[in-house]
Write a protein that binds this ligand. Structure first.
Ligand SMILES: *Cc1c(COP(=O)(O)O)cnc(C)c1O
Length: 232
């Protein structure tokens, strides 16, 4: 069953790539596995998915120990500074950086582990009060500040678009994020390249791909509905 879900999502990703004249290899499908048991992750892993998204530090740590180590963990949820140390050597990308203080802590922990941590700046593109992330203006300022931190590299932007019935309603937001990334890239900041756009979820990932997403985060579409609603 998960296999069928995955094939459906994969077909839609391919269709969106074709429609927008992009290569399938330009888009990474992240299977968002929060709240789901490891045997379900293993099933998707067996279908050759290697990118998994989680929004809780503890869940990453537990699942990390129980699954193969050749997979990429993406931290996509709100991250508290005191928990950075637990995931710094486990995740391939932190999507949810929205303050300088958090970036500073990531930098300190990365230095300790002698690594450079790739991060994304989370933008609250529709200015929703319920969502984390910075405004467009603050995204530029924050990226400039973070560019001075030597053990971090800013690889791009992440956004969670509003929950909508019609995914077309979010096209304008995805377009704005893409433009923002282009504007920031033009500044040629140290340790910053804006190659990654993490946007699009189960309800709207096809539109996101058409507007330039390089990573889509799909949970429900692959694993089915989640039993409890998880705060974003
Ligand atoms: C849960 C979550 C997703 C996946 O949402 P679905 O609608 O189930 O695809 C994507 N991104 C973030 C940040 C999430 O927390």
């Amino acid at each position: 069953m998960l296999k069928d879900n995955l094939s459906n999502v994969e077909a839609c990703v391919q269709a969106a790539c074709e429609k927008s004249g992009r290569k399938r290899s330009e888009v990474t499908l992240i299977a968002v596995s929060k709240t789901k048991p490891v045997d379900m992750l293993q099933e998707i892993y067996n279908e050759n998915v290697r990118d998994f998204g989680e929004n809780k530090v503890q869940e990453i740590c537990e699942k990390y120990d129980r699954l193969p180590h050749d997979l990429n963990w993406h931290m996509i949820g709100h991250l508290q500074r005191n928990k950075v140390k637990h995931i710094i050597d486990k995740v391939c990308l932190i999507h949810s950086v929205d303050s300088y203080r958090l970036a500073e802590e990531i930098n300190i922990q990365a230095k300790k582990h002698r690594l450079t941590m790739p991060i994304l700046i989370q933008v609250n593109i529709a200015d929703e009060q319920t969502k984390f992330g910075v405004s467009k203006d603050d995204a530029i300022l924050l990226t400039e500040e973070v560019s001075h931190l030597e053990n971090i590299c800013v690889q791009g932007l992440m956004t969670i678009a509003p929950f909508v019935e019609n995914p077309e309603d979010n096209r304008i937001y995805f377009r704005e994020i893409k433009q923002l990334a282009v504007d920031i890239a033009r500044k040629n900041l140290d340790n910053v390249d804006m190659a990654v756009l993490s946007m699009g979820m189960t309800g709207d990932y096809m539109v996101a791909i058409e507007e330039g997403a390089t990573m889509v985060r799909v949970g429900t579409g692959i694993f089915g509905e989640r039993a409890v609603s998880v705060p974003k």
